[in-house]
Design a protein around this ligand. Structure first.
Ligand code: C2E
Ligand code: CA
Ligand code: CA
Length: 565
């Protein structure tokens, strides 16, 4: 028996406890019912005192509860939890049930044995747990299964497919030009678009198929119950066709198309991961073909990889040899025509292949991490060049250097820039760091931290390829950005595609309200330049003015321009 405190102290403690405390005598009659119990069970003490404890227990549990209590009362223990997890159910006055955590103790009062039950309503915690489980497996925006549950369901479908000798298809898809919709219409509308697209997809899939949102604008479907592969083609075409009707988003009518990649079990892979990876490769191909299309996976989609291995080896050998040169593309003020800067663009002087454009090796350098040493080579070369031009009497010009996010993730990045500036003797104001919008969003905290330090030195920061990431300009407010570069894909069509024209104009307006300058890239025609100028775009670069030039040619270009005044 638990030793008792003096009666009055006992009463006080019990009455103020927030937990429900209910005590019963040997006949299971309630002899104590504290304030906490009144709250939980909704009975007032006077109406329940003297009543059987069974009133507080859901009927179906009364028997087992009695059994457990009897066993406990007879045993040697003085206190214990009601069951291993301490969980039981309680019944309120109105008959509703609630989950509770409870423990029980033996004591005595006026010589008679008393059992006390301590109990806490855990409804709120249970709801939170359920919500967490939901969030772990479902996407909050669309209510669809998420990537985790998708993979789970795929594995189940594969087992079922093996048993019944049916193929299972994995479809990965995304919304063509989603980022464009998102940027022009705003995030709220972007979310609505995703919800509308998910509803459309649900209508063209069967109940037994799993439709999931895998992240961003990417959806996945597991198709089951297929007889053969021609069934798959029909199902996929039906999905594409279902988007022939426009979606309605914020009272606007939007024509949306999808790209779909398909892989099939067991032919394309025996593992869920393999199927998803292969469907993803097929999706990339469908996108490359311009969207509104589907592609079945084919192993050739990976043959690039073997080539990449050889290229990676060459790249490793070229790094210490410094087989890289920079070309410089001038940037101009659109109003005055003045030269305002230049972008450094790297080329690889491959021993056998000649001059290799960056598109052919930068992605590989990023994947392998070689971009970190390569980026340092580029940075030093650009800064020494800037210094040499300055010493040679050219007016000071900021040189834009492209940085990949891998370089920013590298801990020593700020240090590397410091050292390169010191050792080349270049002025920090001659350096303009270009980061793509998507790379900023991939690792915002690291970028903010590094940029903050670099900005203090007077370095400029530009956001490259703006409009192709998933962010809105408002997100960029957090970053210390000087210049927004409108991506070529919008500039290309400003005079022909009203949509792209609207986007380009909106980017200019928004950037300027945020105090950033705007430079358009890839300007090839007078028409494009005129449109951009009319919208207030500050600067431009592109073939209309000049291609990227080797250092010497760039100097001549500048001198020639100065002569013309
Ligand atoms: P980017 O930063 O968007 O560079 C602009 C690209 O557009 C350059 O291609 C440039 O030659 C090209 N361009 C310029 N004006 C025009 C035009 O009027 N019309 C067309 N159609 N194209 C134009 P480039 O030199 O092949 O570079 C491709 C990409 O490689 C760059 O795109 C950049 O993302 C990356 N890159 C280049 N150098 C470096 C570097 O040093 N480091 C890193 N991390 N990436 C680099
Ligand atoms: Ca760039
Ligand atoms: Ca660019």
């Amino acid at each position: 028996m638990i030793p008792q405190p003096p009666d009055s102290l006992f009463e006080t403690i019990v009455s103020i406890a927030a937990d429900a405390i209910v005590a019963v005598d040997e006949n299971r009659r309630i002899v104590l019912f504290n304030w906490g119990a009144e709250q939980v069970f909704q009975y007032q003490a006077p109406e329940i005192l003297g009543q059987p404890l069974d009133l507080l227990i859901p009927e179906r549990f009364v028997e087992s509860h009695r059994e457990r209590v009897r066993e406990f009362a007879a045993g040697p223990q003085t206190a214990r939890r009601m069951n291993e997890r301490g969980e039981i159910a309680g019944r309120r006055k109105d008959g509703t049930e609630f989950p509770a955590e409870a423990s029980i103790a033996k004591t005595a009062r006026e010589g008679k044995s008393v059992l006390a039950v301590f109990l806490r309503d855990v409804t709120a915690r249970k709801q939170a747990e359920a919500r967490l489980t939901y969030l772990a497996y479902y996407d909050a925006l669309t209510g669809l299964p998420n990537r985790m549950l998708f993979a789970d369901r795929l594995k189940q479908a594969m087992l079922e497919g093996i048993r019944r000798e049916h193929p299972v298809a994995v479809l990965l898809m995304d919304v063509d030009r989603f980022r464009t919709f998102n940027d022009t219409l705003g995030h709220e509308a972007g979310d609505q678009l995703l919800r509308a697209a998910s509803q459309r997809l649900r209508l063209s899939t069967r109940e037994s198929d799993t439709l999931a949102r895998l992240g961003g604008d990417e959806f996945g479907i597991v198709l089951t119950g297929l007889r053969d592969e021609s069934d798959i083609g029909r199902a996929v075409q039906r999905i594409l066709d279902s988007f022939a009707e426009p979606l309605s988003v914020e009272e606007q009518t939007l024509y949306v198309t999808m790209s779909i990649g398909v892989s099939v079990h067991p032919g394309d892979s025996l593992s869920a991961e393999g199927l998803i990876r292969n469907a993803d490769a097929a999706l990339s191909r469908a996108r490359e073909l311009g969207g509104n299309a589907f592609q079945f996976f084919r192993p050739e989609m990976y043959t690039r990889t073997a080539k990449n291995l050889a290229l990676e080896n060459d790249l490793r050998r070229s790094l210490p040899r410094g087989d890289f040169i920079l070309h410089y593309q001038p940037q101009f003020d659109l109003k005055t025509g003045d030269l305002i800067g230049a972008e450094a663009l790297v080329r690889w002087m491959h021993p056998q292949r000649g001059l290799v454009p960056p598109g052919d090796f930068i992605p590989l350098a990023e994947e392998t991490g070689l971009i970190v040493p390569l980026g340092e080579v580029v940075l030093r070369q650009a800064l020494s060049q800037a210094k040499a031009w300055h010493d040679g009497g050219l007016p000071p010009l900021p040189i834009a250097v492209n940085f990949s996010v891998r370089q920013f993730r590298h801990a020593a990045m700020v240090e590397t820039v410091h050292r390169a500036l010191e050792e080349t003797g270049a002025d920090p104001r001659w350096l303009d760091i270009e980061l793509t919008e998507s790379s900023i969003m991939k690792n915002p905290e690291a970028v903010i931290a590094s940029l903050g330090e670099l900005k203090r030195l007077g370095i400029l920061v530009s956001v490259d390829d703006f409009g192709t990431g998933y962010s809105s300009l408002a997100h960029l407010k957090r970053f210390p950005i000087d210049v927004i570069k409108v991506d070529q894909s919008f500039v290309r069509n400003v005079t022909t595609d009203p949509n792209d024209a609207a986007i380009a104009a909106a980017i200019v307006t928004m950037a300027q309200t945020l105090g950033m300058r705007v430079i358009a890239e890839g300007v090839e025609t007078e028409g494009q330049a005129g449109f951009l100028r009319s919208k207030g775009c500050d600067g431009a670069q592109g073939y209309l003015f000049s291609r990227p030039l080797p250092a010497e040619a760039f100097r001549e270009f500048v001198e020639e321009k100065n002569r013309q005044g």
